[in-house]
Design a binder for this molecule. Structure first.
Ligand code: ARG
Length: 234
């Protein structure tokens, strides 16, 4: 290889999908966020050299990994059985449920999935939020046409603010971040017990164990805690 990804050289090129604050987002043209800092800190603890970030839409990350365009996915990606059939994951590094957000100044404040009946709903393509919409809403509480799929959650939240949709289903920590910065609020939490992991190619046990060791190290040396303080104020 020539120093790129996917070869036998000890390098890591990472992929993410910005527009998911505070895990990954663009600020003044720069890619920033918890995942960005965490993965870089973890790689720092390994023998791999970090080659940089590539940005994709969320539903293109697994194909990009399997095409060797990137070596690691760091995108608040939930470890699911379906994904586990195509890729491998590191140990979990964060937990989340889903939330339903609505306009903060609106008169619609649902308290349950039933309250979303017959409403236009949004989520990001390929996410577990979309999974909740498909499993719990489409075909029962809403029609297929009432589900609006977006390339990223920033676009979904804009459409919510504009009144084109009435609710968005997304990961709770991200819902809280939007609620703190935009005119939207969390209506209720739908518990899914998700855990995020770094994605690696199936069978790439070298990077998998390096990342797991790096994760334990940053948990033990206080870096993980510092990063949660920085990005979540916890
Ligand atoms: N945790 C959810 C999932 O795995 C949403 C992740 C979206 N991530 C992003 N960077 N846009 O499907």
């Amino acid at each position: 290889g020539s120093g790129g990804s996917g070869g036998s050289e000890p390098t890591i090129t990472a992929g993410t999908a910005p527009g998911f604050p505070p895990f990954e987002m663009k600020e003044g043209g720069d890619l920033v966020g918890f995942d960005v800092d965490l993965l870089e800190a973890v790689v720092e603890e390994t023998d791999y050299s970090f080659e940089g970030w590539e940005e994709f839409e969320f539903d293109s990350l697994i194909p990009a990994l399997n095409n060797d365009n990137i070596d690691v996915i760091a995108a608040a990606m939930t470890i699911t059985d379906d994904r586990d059939e195509n890729i491998d994951f590191s140990d979990p590094y964060y937990s989340a449920d889903q939330s339903i957000i609505v306009r903060a100044d609106g008169d619609f404040s649902p308290g349950s999935l039933d309250d979303l009946s017959d409403r236009p709903i949004g989520a990001q393509k390929g996410t577990t939020g979309e999974g909740v919409v498909n499993e719990e809403l489409v075909g029962s509480r809403i029609t297929e046409g009432q589900y609006n799929a977006y390339d990223n959650y920033v676009l979904a939240v804009q459409d919510l603010e504009n009144g084109n949709i009435d609710a968005v289903v997304l990961d709770q920590p991200v819902a809280e971040t939007f609620a703190a910065n935009r005119p939207v609020s969390v209506a209720f939490v739908y518990e899914t017990g998700e855990r995020y992991g770094f994605g690696i190619r199936e069978g790439d046990s070298d990077r998998q164990s390096a990342l797991n060791d790096g994760l334990s190290t940053v948990r033990e040396n206080g870096t993980y805690e510092e990063l949660t303080q920085t990005w979540f104020g916890e």
